[in-house]
Design a protein around this ligand. Structure first.
Ligand SMILES: Nc1ncnc2c1ncn2[C@@H]1O[C@H](COP(=O)(O)OP(=O)(O)OP(=O)(O)O)[C@@H](O)[C@H]1O
Ligand SMILES: [Mg+2]
Length: 364
């Protein structure tokens, strides 16, 4: 299901009210600093994922002096114009209401399945720089969309881990800690298998997009997956049992799927250490395009790409290259910029633009 046809925003950040009818190609939102560009991208991300990438506090998201923010969008299958869904999210200070086609839903999972959205922001290079959490989230996005059992394994794992860590922190008797070991092992092994398969399927696409965006790098990228525990002769259950005393000292579980990571290497050197800042951004673009291509192949629907502040990300040549790739891959893209001149319009037939000034949207 994968085009956004409509978006409406009420009382979100500095935007009192805004409506968009999107094109299936390039959608450009143009505005000066503090106009509210990131707020629009954030609103779409919040609809799709249930989270903001800037703040988890509802009172930051709801427009000042209002009690709720309401977001609504309509999606359409790229194969069948009659196959549409209406998705709504309403945030109050202490509650979030989610709706699909008028029916209330309890969790964001079903919405996330309907709205496979990828995000590129000026902070995206942190995927390489910072700790493993962002890389796990990247990998798990793909696993979630492509495997029907991933979500339940992940939820079981999180539940088990929380209980085990709680028991360790409270120094409960050993049996109460170990009560959770088998649950953790079963779900960790499932997650591990899905993640490995996913990365294996992703790698050829990543190699292709790295070559397209950074032809100056001659060596092929290698993805090294780390499970989150040493894969020696000892199995994970034995590892939990053998490390009980250490876990008790630390007050948390050392090993498991929550510690997984990916190392990206060129010529046996960490990508982060050899790529320039611009190349790091291009590498993240290649990761997202690889993920988008694999998603399209497996799910048979394209993703939607949000790009906040494209000029800050890339130079003119690479901006054009990225836009060309998005067009070839048939990915609907919603982009913000401070200046229209910085974005080449490759196909005027699938182009829509808006200007934004202190939260007010005007179609161009
Ligand atoms: N809850 C809120 N209520 C009202 N205004 C808010 C709220 N949260 C943020 N703002 C204001 O919204 C404005 C828009 O911020 P936003 O980050 O979306 O702008 P931007 O166009 O992305 O700017 P830049 O080009 O600098 O990245 C800011 O002036 C900010 O102070
Ligand atoms: Mg911004």
């Amino acid at each position: 299901m994968t085009q956004l046809t409509e978006l409406s925003i009420q009382n979100f950040r500095n935007c009192a009210s805004a409506q968009f009818e999107f094109s299936h190609g390039l959608n450009l939102i143009i505005g000066n600093n503090a106009a509210g560009k990131t707020a629009i991208i954030e609103a779409i991300w919040l609809l799709a994922t249930g989270r903001s990438f800037r703040s988890q506090k509802s009172h930051h998201l709801i427009q000042h002096n209002n009690s709720s923010a309401t977001l609504f969008c309509q999606t359409q299958s790229s194969h069948n114009a009659n196959d549409t869904h209406k998705i709504g999210v309403q945030k109050t200070l202490d509650n979030t209401l989610l709706r699909i086609d008028g029916e209330t839903v309890k969790s964001h999972g079903p919405i996330a399945k309907l709205l496979p959205i990828q995000l590129l922001t000026p902070e995206s290079h942190k995927l390489l720089e910072e700790g493993p959490k962002a890389r796990r989230q990247f990998m798990d996005w793909g696993c979630f969309h492509q495997s029907d059992v991933f979500m339940s394994a992940w939820r079981n794992y999180q539940r088990g881990l929380k209980q085990r860590n709680h028991a360790l922190k409270k120094r409960l008797p050993k049996e109460q800690v170990q009560l959770w070991d088998q649950t953790l092992v079963d779900s960790a092994l499932k997650i591990d298998e899905i993640r490995q398969d996913y990365l294996e399927a992703l790698t050829p696409y990543l190699v292709t997009f790295c070559q397209a965006l950074m032809p100056e790098i001659e060596s092929e990228v290698v993805c090294q997956y780390r499970a989150g525990w040493p894969k020696s002769n000892e199995d994970l259950l034995a590892l939990y049992q053998g490390n009980f005393t250490k876990d008790l000292q630390l007050g948390h579980t050392q090993y498991g799927a929550h510690r997984a990571d990916i190392r990206f290497k060129f010529n046996n050197q960490e990508a982060m250490n050899i790529l320039s800042r611009g190349q790091q951004k291009l590498f993240v673009c290649a990761l997202l395009l690889a993920q988008a291509s694999l998603h399209e192949k497996v799910v048979n629907e394209p993703v939607i790409m949000l790009i906040d502040d494209l000029p800050a990300e890339l130079d003119e040549i690479h901006r054009t290259k990225l836009l060309e790739l998005l067009q070839i891959l048939n990915i609907q893209h919603i982009i913000t910029t401070t200046s229209e001149d910085l974005i080449p319009v490759l196909n005027p037939d699938t182009y829509q633009a808006w200007s934004i000034q202190t939260g007010k949207i005007t179609a161009k």
